[in-house]
Ligand binder design. Structure first.
Ligand code: GDP
Length: 379
């Protein structure tokens, strides 16, 4: 039949393309080129990644010519395979491996500034209202193909020229009627989203303040390495005083070691929605930033000046040198004279000072303490 493919299939393909290095386009060799194939081929031709056309159901060697028909999709030489018989699959794998970018390159690496944002939170706090509000903003450009908004697992956007992908907005729409399972699904859904995100925006209800469950959700995000930000939504219904807000912020700082920021929004009215987005982008940038070594060591010297490192049995801990060894999230190596003198307290102090100094509120920071094996270092 001539029915165009369902929108949902197109959306799925689009979403998958935003996250992939290579696409394998499977067609039915026995059915020949179908209108749906052409439509998908169109979409694939416009993507920047390499495509392998796989003509499946070529169960016998003499069926191989059927595959040739798919040349006209304009995506290169089709590879005949039989998934059922396992024919041609080895060659296909080789081809895919050939096309994959070498490790350490490709869109995964630093030059790709796309920020993957998960909007998470309890049911009814206003997640979908927020997403829809974002999509309605003038400065936000949604993907060029219509109808990709609602149920996409990954929704690409541009905000003031910056690329953003909203992760897993699908689950957010559906709501369970079973109150028993609400907590379960909230956590499960949040988990799925944050695993794939760089930044997590935890939406809370201003009328309830930041609840224990909100804190758990934020914790989950930070454990997965997301830079995290909290937004108290429905501000129009609960305009808290400065004191109230301070109280909420103090609670968050007390309970969450990574000290995420707390902002106020009204998803419905649009208040602060773009500010929160901008903050999310900043957080994403900080999470992938590399702090130059000289700056880090100046920071280290100042931190030591401001608070002397601990001593054990008269021997003081010396912090010798610091360098960033990874990003996303940032990871640092700290060289010390003696690891046994390191205290948890002092590490908290350093970490918090780093957050304040380098704008890392809500950003996971890992500090590996390494002992310098050096005969000059004091025993
Ligand atoms: P979700 O379950 O987190 O996706 O929450 P929804 O986006 O479905 O919102 C739940 C309810 O809160 C809906 O009735 C929204 O209209 C309402 N809501 C969301 N944001 C706001 C807001 O900023 N102000 C007000 N007054 N209501 C809001």
């Amino acid at each position: 039949d001539l029915d165009p493919i369902a929108g949902s299939i197109r959306e799925q393909a689009r979403a998958a393309l935003t996250e992939s290095a290579v696409a394998v386009f499977v067609v039915d060799a026995r059915a020949g080129v179908r209108p749906g194939d052409e439509e998908l081929a169109d979409l694939l031709r416009r993507s920047k990644i390499p495509i392998v056309v796989v003509a499946n159901k070529v169960d016998r060697v003499e069926d191989a010519p059927f595959a040739a028909e798919f040349h006209r999709l304009g995506l290169g030489e089709p590879m005949p395979v039989s998934a059922a018989q396992g024919l041609g699959t080895g060659d296909l794998l080789d081809r895919v491996v050939e096309l994959l970018p070498p490790p350490g390159e490709g869109p995964e690496e630093d030059e790709d500034a796309t920020i993957r944002l998960a909007i998470i939170g309890r049911p009814n706090v206003g997640k979908s209202t927020f997403v829809n509000r974002v999509l309605g903003e003038d400065r936000v450009i949604v993907s060029d193909i219509a109808g990709t908004t609602r149920d996409a697992i990954a929704l690409p956007l541009e905000v003031d020229g910056r690329k953003l992908v909203l992760v897993d907005t699908a689950g957010i729409r559906r709501q369970s009627k079973l109150t028993d399972s609400v907590e379960y699904y909230t956590v499960l859904r949040s988990q799925r989203a944050v695993e794939r995100a760089d930044v997590a925006l935890v939406i809370c209800d201003a009328r309830d303040g930041v609840t224990a469950q909100d804190l758990r959700i934020a914790e989950l995000a930070m454990q997965e390495g997301c830079a995290t930000l909290l937004a108290l939504n429905k501000w129009d219904l609960a305009p808290l005083t400065e004191d109230d807000l301070d109280h909420e912020r103090a609670k968050v700082t007390r309970k969450l070691r990574l000290r995420p920021k707390v902002m106020t929004i009204s998803a419905q009215g649009g208040r602060n929605v773009t500010r929160v987005l901008a903050e999310a982008i900043t957080l994403g940038d900080r999470r992938r930033e590399r702090i130059p070594t000289p700056g880090l060591n100046r920071f280290l010297a100042e931190a030591i000046d401001a608070r002397q490192p601990p001593a054990k049995q008269g021997h003081r801990l010396k912090l010798l040198y610091m360098a960033q060894i990874e990003t996303r999230p940032p990871r640092f190596a700290l060289q010390v004279n003696n690891r046994n003198r390191v205290t948890r307290d002092y590490m908290y102090y350093l970490e918090n000072r780093m957050r304040a100094r380098f704008g890392l509120d809500g950003v996971p920071v890992i500090i590996d303490v390494r002992e310098r094996k050096d005969r000059h270092s004091e025993k």
